[in-house]
Design a protein around this ligand. Sequence first.
Ligand SMILES: N[C@@H](CCC(=O)N[C@@H](CS)C(=O)NCC(=O)O)C(=O)O
Length: 372
Amino acid sequence: MAADYIIYGSEHSLFTGKVRAYMRYKGLNWEERTASRQVYLDVILPNIGAPIIPILETAEGQYVQDTTDIIDFLEDRHPDFSVYPETPVQRLVALLLELYGDEWLMIPAMHYRWSVLDQQYDFVMSEFGRLSAPGASTEEQIAIGESISKPFSAMVPHLGITADTIPGIEITYLALLDQLEQHFSQFDFLLGSRPSIGDYGLMGPLYAHLGRDPVPKALMQQRAPSVYAWVERMNGPQPLSGQFLEHDVIPDTLLPILKTMCCDQLPDVLDVIKHNSAWLRETPGGNIPRFLGHHAFTSGPAAGERFISSYAQWLFQRAWLHYQSLNGDARVAADTLLDSIGGRSALNVSISHWLERRAGQLELVEGQLPHL
Ligand SMILES: N[C@@H](CCC(=O)N[C@@H](CS)C(=O)NCC(=O)O)C(=O)O
């Protein structure tokens, strides 16, 4: 039977790992195709307008880019066993952790791929080479990988990964591994026996880089075996099974992770929002560049500069909109959680310029704040 869906991506791509795990959980009739150079030329560039993976192709010939949009597109079509909790606080936590995985855990992911490259050189380079030239010899793939991986390795300093910040990035990542180990030794997924959108957000960095590249994979297996077991569970799930915890409970084991997120990432996102708004005031109706210069950031004890990623606002808006739509007891419950993790003021920020994605481009544009 021909597949209903095709995902074009690659095994070593962070965001392909996120969507692959989702496709498997939903039990869809789909196949994955390697995004070779030919696929970039024939499929991705003509239909998406930019060289980015993963992308979804439907049997009807629709194309969707961005893992969040892909998941939402498929959730609409296949609503059973939704990965979005219906209860207010769990949904908020799931959305926050998607943002954390997608945009912030890219820092340790990229660090443990590129800063320890000398210890995993042939593996990483041949992975890139295999993507472009699946039929070539390993030596040829390494040579091709050296060339096509340059834009990715060039991102490292812009993500704030430098000699000064690396010790702090490692301390923060090891703490995260220990906290996740506590959690996954008790729960199959973040919010119970069913994976949520938060699990998929974490899966991107924790699989393709941190759970697969040789150096960080060995670290995870040795220091946090339950986290590694979660990675394997995410990759080999029982489709359409499991439940979120009853009574909208957030396990205590998630609180330290959420606190770190609120302390490290949310100030960064709030500053991104300011920069996006300032840019739009200067350039009404424009396409916001994906990167708007650099700003200061902290990650645990690490302090440095990283790029201002305009896209972070779009992902944050999802959690913000959900929180802002809550009333009565649901709002009180969300506020209680946010107070305990230090996130209440961030979720109450006012957003003067609402952002939207537009098909055929990666740059965000100003949109209309949905009705609350
Ligand atoms: N936010 C996007 C990001 C996709 C992404 O960054 N993909 C990487 C590979 S994992 C890529 O192709 N990057 C090229 C680029 O960003 O221009 C998503 O959720 O799909």
